[in-house]
Ligand binder design. Structure first.
Ligand code: ADE
Length: 239
């Protein structure tokens, strides 16, 4: 049997100097040095065709801002994108990124990420390449780069061999559709605040029940949207 080949991420951006950024440190940085994934950054400006190296132009129909040209993006994609890999355009107009999508991407052989700037990318190249438009949240960033870093961070930690047993995936937030329970460490009393008694009891069944209750209570109050989905799936204790 041959070893699975490393996950290959390709990022198209007007700001290649923003990469690897946080992905070069900590878990993702170590995983890259260990050969578990690799990052290729393409400068979109290198694919501009005119002498001014222009990558954007004014919008048809008028309005503020500039739009990234389809011919320039298309040329960059022809160089870097391999079919069979997901192709994602980061935009606040996209569907929301979540843990399920992170898992899907981690199961692929790699991903191509297009970072928008200005008002966005000409719609025709989005359609011609059948891009998956993805947003990291209901707010507007100054460009897709921070969003691409967020997506890659969430994906890389799910790749086989990246997390050691110390950072296990088994109980983390969203795993079961719930937010995680709260954590405590020494000292037992800090600033007049004791660690909850049950966690010091050594009674594993009670600890498990307390954590489960905390996870459900927190999810219900902070994220009614997640709670409703969780209840619909039929695995809750609170009803
Ligand atoms: N570009 C600008 N804002 C964004 C967002 N919220 N998600 C993805 N890409 C973006």
């Amino acid at each position: 049997m041959t070893a699975p080949s490393a996950f290959q991420a390709s990022v198209l951006t007007l700001f290649p100097e923003m990469f690897p950024g946080p992905l070069g440190a900590s878990l993702a940085g170590k995983a890259a040095s260990d050969g578990l994934w690799s990052l290729e950054t393409l400068d979109i400006r290198d694919f501009a065709r005119d002498k001014h190296r222009s990558v954007d132009d004014t919008p048809f129909g008028g309005g503020a801002g500039m739009v990234m040209r389809p011919d320039v993006i298309d040329a960059a994609l022809h160089q870097v994108h391999s079919n069979g890999r997901p192709l994602i355009y980061l935009t606040p107009r996209g569907r929301l990124f979540d843990q399920a999508l992170a898992q899907d991407l981690a199961a692929a052989e790699g991903v191509t990420l297009l970072c928008g700037r200005y008002e966005g990318v000409d719609q025709r190249v989005i359609e011609a390449w059948d891009m998956d438009e993805v947003s990291v949240g209901d707010f507007v960033l100054s460009g897709g780069e921070a969003a691409a870093i967020t997506v890659l961070d969430a994906v890389v930690r799910l790749l086989p061999g990246v997390l050691g047993s110390a950072e296990s995936l088994t109980e983390e937030s969203f795993k079961e559709g719930l937010l995680e329970y709260p954590h405590f460490t020494r000292p037992e009393v800090w600033d007049g605040r004791p660690v909850p008694e049950v966690l010091r009891s050594g009674h594993h069944k009670n600890i498990e029940a307390w954590r489960r209750d905390q996870a459900e209570t927190t999810t219900r109050s902070r994220r009614p949207d997640l709670w409703d989905r969780f209840v619909a799936a039929g695995t809750n204790k609170k009803g």
